[in-house]
Ligand binder design. Structure first.
Ligand code: G4P
Length: 533
């Protein structure tokens, strides 16, 4: 197959959701459709259950299991689909944000009882920064949820995206009758527990057969709804979807495998193939003959017997081949991989080649950090792998002065892996670690002890946000830094960062120094949104 054919065959996406909406369940059903797994429950073991902070080892164990299913590939209707798994636990949200840089589209799962939740909003902000196309699956229709019109309004209002329902629910909860496919004019009848889909086609909704099937009241309601929807919404158009401006919406029940196929078929038809990607120097098209790719995730094994790390590389252009020397742009040196790994649902296997859209696992002994780019010689750096402002800040306190070198190395390497962000204070070299959740501190403390022999404690710091600061006006920037010197730090790349004590202080700083831009992500390209975030 030619490179272009390989690219056209592939679709790489992630399922995202607020925890407990049904992401794992839906992923499993998609894999069942693709024949990648045979039984329900196979993906469940991968799920990080709601755990208390003291359970982080358990979580890491489960994360260990999840390496095998970090990327799940399957074939459906002649397409090769790569699903990139994202951690369910909110303390690892940053992992999810980074994974979103490696996909070409997403499926967003919403619980119809709860509607748009906090984590949904965050995830969608990240998608919007990159104009990632989104398909929405409103789940758990077998429960009494919110009114579908309200849900659609809420999606538009809170996620700042236009929506277009492509299926419509008939009833809900105990009286859930099924979904009507607004594109194909098909009625899909629901009966609890029954896994078979019972498709009935109605070209004309006014037929009395419809009343016989679902009862007069529901039939009339459906007729009204369909008329309203066709009146309110324009016909579905793939173009705004591909630009990330319009999200097609499906209703169903993942656990009952209901309404999933309609969504998958639409996904197969419209979801984007691997797309061109920005580097700092130029746009790289997937069909360029030369291979390029970037590392978006590093997974370290906490099992002391297998202290290996796997770097996850997304192929962006050309063909990646085993045992070939590639150019590591940051280190300015050539590297080669003997056993790159692919992930075919639950089975890890060594691969000989991979194409744009694919993700390969590279065994790594510390060569990589998040965002590293490989190429066939061109010095490239892929854009859009930002760090987001952490939510929690702590100062690293060395509890064993004999091990300060080890501590330094450990903190440095763990932040390269993306476990947390490291900021260094201008004054006295104090190290400040920023995370999105408590669990990450525990992971760091444990790993510093077990992998580096260093004992660290953390002193809580009450910062509100980390803002990367930039200005064309050097004088004003200097003045700001002088005035706020106790709150000025540098990130690992040497960028200047202001640690704001509160939202109010940040607001005042913005007002007092309009010449300075304050960004809450490190990727300045997405500045407009970052200002809001
Ligand atoms: P997540 O990955 O987004 O966190 O969610 P997950 O799929 O684990 O689903 C969360 C819970 O919601 C699970 O129940 C799951 O069975 C249930 N669920 C998923 N889809 C549907 C649906 O369509 N209808 C209903 N009623 N429930 C659904 P659990 O009790 O937490 O786990 P389990 O004991 O069922 O495994």
């Amino acid at each position: 197959m030619s490179l272009v054919e390989e690219i056209k065959k592939r679709k790489t996406f992630a399922v995202i959701a607020h925890p407990d909406s049904g992401k794992t369940t839906l992923t499993e059903k998609l894999l069942l459709f693709g024949g990648a797994i045979q039984t329900a429950g196979a993906v469940k073991s991968n799920k990080i259950k709601k755990a208390t902070t003291s359970d982080f080892m358990e979580i890491e164990k489960q994360r260990g299991i999840s390496v095998a299913t970090s990327v799940m590939a399957f074939e459906y209707k002649d397409k090769l689909i790569n699903i990139l798994d994202t951690p369910g636990h909110k303390d690892f949200a940053e992992d999810t944000y980074r994974t979103l840089t490696a996909v070409d589209s997403v499926i967003l799962v919403i619980d119809c009882v709860k509607g748009v939740e906090e984590q949904t909003e965050r995830l969608m902000e990240v998608c919007r920064m990159r104009n990632t196309p989104v398909i929405v699956f409103i789940n758990k229709l077998d429960r009494d949820g919110r009114d579908p019109y309200d849900l659609l309004d809420e999606l538009e209002a809170k996620l700042d995206i236009k929506v277009r329902p492509l299926t419509w629910p008939i009833g809900m909860g105990k009286s859930f009758k099924g979904v009507y496919n607004l594109q194909a004019n098909e009625l899909n009848l629901f009966s609890a527990g029954q896994k078979q889909e019972d498709l009935i086609q109605f070209k004309d909704l006014n037929t009395p057969d419809l009343d016989n099937k679902i009862g007069k009241a529901y039939a009339n309601q459906l007729r009204e709804d369909v008329e309203l929807i066709q009146g309110v919404y324009e016909d579905f158009d793939a173009e705004p979807y591909l630009k990330g401006e319009l999200a097609p919406v499906f209703f169903g029940s993942a656990v009952n495998n209901f309404g999933v196929k309609e969504m998958l078929d639409t996904f197969i038809e419209f979801a984007p193939n691997p797309r061109p990607r920005e580097t700092q120097a130029r746009l790289v098209s997937p069909d360029e003959a030369k291979f390029t790719g970037f590392v978006f995730k590093i997974h370290a094994n906490l099992d002391p017997n297998h202290r290996d790390r796997i770097a996850f590389l997304r192929i962006c252009s050309g063909k990646f081949e085993r045992n070939t020397f590639y150019y590591h742009s940051r280190h300015d040196k050539k590297v080669r991989f003997n056993n790159p790994t692919s992930f075919m649902a639950q089975k890890k296997s060594v691969i000989d080649d991979a194409y744009p859209g694919d993700v390969v696992g590279l065994y790594d002994s510390g060569t990589f950090k998040i965002g590293d780019t490989l190429s066939e010689g061109e010095k490239l750096f892929y854009k859009g792998i930002p760090s987001f402002s952490p939510e929690m800040f702590r100062e690293v306190v060395n509890m064993d002065p004999m091990k300060s070198k080890q501590l330094e190395k450990g903190v440095d390497q763990l932040s390269d892996e993306g476990v947390a962000q490291l900021f260094v204070h201008n004054l006295g070299n104090r190290k400040i670690i920023g995370t999105v959740g408590q669990l990450q501190f525990e992971v760091i403390q444990y790993r510093l002890k077990h992998e580096y022999g260093a004992t660290a404690d953390f002193r809580p710091l009450n910062y509100y946000k980390a803002c990367w600061i930039k200005s064309d006006n050097a004088e004003k920037l200097n003045e700001f830094v002088r005035r706020k010197h106790t709150n000025i730090v540098h990130d690992k790349e040497g960028n200047m960062v202001f640690l704001a004590d509160s939202a109010w202080i940040l607001k005042v700083a913005r007002e007092d120094f309009p010449e300075i831009n304050f960004y809450t992500t490190s990727d300045f390209k997405v500045e407009a949104l970052a200002q809001v975030y």
